[in-house]
Design a protein around this ligand. Sequence first.
Ligand SMILES: Cc1cc2nc3c(=O)[nH]c(=O)nc-3n(C[C@H](O)[C@H](O)[C@H](O)COP(=O)(O)OP(=O)(O)OC[C@H]3O[C@@H](n4cnc5c(N)ncnc54)[C@H](O)[C@@H]3O)c2cc1C
Length: 398
Amino acid sequence: MKYDITIIGGGIVGLATGLHLIQQKPTLKIAILEKESKVALHQTGNNSGVIHSGLYYKPGSLKATNCIKGYHQLIKFCEEENIPFEITGKVVVATKQEQVPLLNNLLERGLQNGLVGSRKITLDELKEYEPYVQGVAALHIPQTGIVDYKRVAEAYAEKFEKLGGQIFFQTKVQGLKEINGETIVETSQHNYITKLVINCAGLYSDKIAKLSSKVDLKIIPFRGEYFKLKKEKEYLVKNLIYPVPDPNFPFLGVHFTRMMKGGIEAGPNAVLAFKREGYKRTDVNFAELAETLAWPGFQKVAAKYWKTGLGELYRSFSKAAFTKALQELIPDIQESDLVDGGAGVRAQACDRTGGLIDDFLILEEPYAINVCNAPSPAATSSLSIGETVAGLALNRFK
Ligand SMILES: Cc1cc2nc3c(=O)[nH]c(=O)nc-3n(C[C@H](O)[C@H](O)[C@H](O)COP(=O)(O)OP(=O)(O)OC[C@H]3O[C@@H](n4cnc5c(N)ncnc54)[C@H](O)[C@@H]3O)c2cc1C
């Protein structure tokens, strides 16, 4: 069980990193350790399936640069591997006059990020794109697309293994010990000896990071719940319909998404999850919840966003309130048109005093590289993040 590089986490980021490493240096012995019995069972397999264009992110940020680079890499990969995807385009719709300046800012940001063809559209054009949407102003973003990220992750895994990488399932990492320049990775199965650990553990990335560093971060889990449109109501949505995001809240707001595997999803909202891998409203892990509530950075976030947070919690328990939020975009939607659509949990890093960390965060330690914050659009950006992390790792094997 001796490996040059051991990656913790078989989500899309860990797998993309493994794939880049083995493609660039096939002589390295690389293992991916995953605590579940399959890849992509957490964030990667429970997301909106959107190939983001790069519209929202601060120009020059890691999110902006990796999203745009990753977008092209992902599409090329899907074409080469025959993975279905579609560039559907999307509309972003202001439903109130006071949102129009924010919509204009968004377009400005998108153009600064290099989006071509994104533009403000007339309300008649909006009706052509999405006949059932109401709004006072709208953008059309032609680059946005859809894909099934579980399928993408499975393809990364297959290719990684074909090139000689190894994935070990049901192998939960429990400890890291540095001895004479090597690390012993203690797991629920065996010990692995490795020269370098790469932490891509998503919702548990902070716990793994703490095993090899003094990094002072906490993952705050935010559940995103979805409804699905009943089959007979799918005609209400042609492609992707987004609201103008609330600038006081770091999520995109409930939207409509046509899914690559079929159907239309509405959501996700963003509610504090009482358990990191808690996909149901009733899932609670008291130790994890207590840790979240006691974290000073979280208390700062709660003080800042408590009103929005309570609204999200209310919408989580009240289907009528969720429907009302959706009716702002499509007034014809009724509560009876929606059926339960599952949920995903976002891993959002929060520092001790500053609050939620907006950008992707990758930290290097003597024997480890920690991917500490990889929320949306990390699925779109996966190949670019993987390339960056692989580059940092390979610098150590020159
Ligand atoms: C509701 C929702 C909607 C989203 N929508 C989009 C979207 O439309 N487009 C987009 O680009 N992004 C989207 N995202 C973000 C995207 O899904 C994530 O950024 C991405 O999947 C992160 O991948 P990851 O590999 O870091 O994490 P994960 O997929 O969570 O993988 C981490 C893996 O680590 C494993 N692990 C954890 N601890 C251990 C341990 N101790 N030992 C071994 N293994 C361990 C876990 O089991 C898991 O498989 C969304 C996310 C959510 C939750």
